[in-house]
Design a protein around this ligand. Structure first.
Ligand SMILES: C[S@@+](CC[C@H](N)C(=O)[O-])C[C@H]1O[C@@H](n2cnc3c(N)ncnc32)[C@H](O)[C@@H]1O
Length: 206
């Protein structure tokens, strides 16, 4: 799929679907929030939610007092949904519409969070780009929190093929630049009641 087609795919998803009914929807992103708690992320941390879509993570982080949040997504529609939902609070958040498989970022982050976006990258070039981007963008001692479909999870997400990861293969992929802190497998229950097994890792930038 070309980059334009990929963006169009996601614009179409956010234009046509009720995103409280899509497979990845979470009323409360508990696993991600638990990682923030476990890692004792300070409230002034600079946080990037990569492929954040219109996830409610930004709302919960905002409620917890985090003040330096950026949401990046390939879909302008996803970002618009989140901005409308947040109302005036959206002005406190930094928004970026870009493609993680080829974008450049200026900022350095204390926390890079990615739930179910990284797993769409399948070509070597895209994976190399993501690794380079994340290693350049996360401060030394900062954290990468990444969640993907596991080897026992689905092989597609939103109709697109994904790369599945075990705890071992996820740690291994980032191991040149990140050391593992805590990894786990967890079942997410979709709004339609289907179990999807995820691999989540929190890794620290060396
Ligand atoms: C399965 S959804 C997950 C959304 C959100 N992270 C969550 O947990 O609710 C995947 C998101 O990644 C975005 N995405 C997919 N490929 C991307 C890419 N190459 N660059 C940036 N965002 C991408 C999609 O637009 C979508 O919002």
């Amino acid at each position: 799929m070309s980059a334009t087609d990929l963006q169009q795919h996601w614009e179409n998803v956010y234009e046509t679907k009720d995103t409280t009914r899509v497979g990845w929807f979470q009323q409360k992103p508990i696993i991600s929030l638990n990682f923030f708690d476990f890692l004792k992320i300070p409230k002034d941390a600079k946080i990037l939610d990569a492929g954040g879509g219109d996830s409610l993570l930004v709302d919960y982080l905002n409620d917890l007092g985090y003040q330096n949040i950026t949401v990046l997504d390939i879909s302008a529609g996803a970002i618009q949904n989140a901005q409308i939902r947040l109302g005036s609070l959206a002005e406190e958040v930094c928004w970026i519409v870009d493609d993680l498989s080829k974008c450049k970022l200026d900022g350095k982050y204390d926390v890079w969070h990615d739930r179910a976006a990284f797993h769409f990258l399948r070509k070597k070039k895209e994976l190399d780009h993501y690794l380079d981007l994340v290693q350049k963008s996360v401060k030394q001692g900062g954290y990468l929190i990444v969640g993907t479909f596991s080897v026992n999870g689905p092989t597609t997400c939103s109709g697109l093929p994904v790369t599945q990861y075990s705890v071992g293969s996820l740690m291994e992929f980032f191991s040149d630049f990140f050391e593992p802190i805590k990894c786990l497998n967890t079942d997410h229950i979709t709004p339609g009641g289907v179990e999807q097994n995820y691999t989540f890792c929190a890794l620290r930038r060396k």
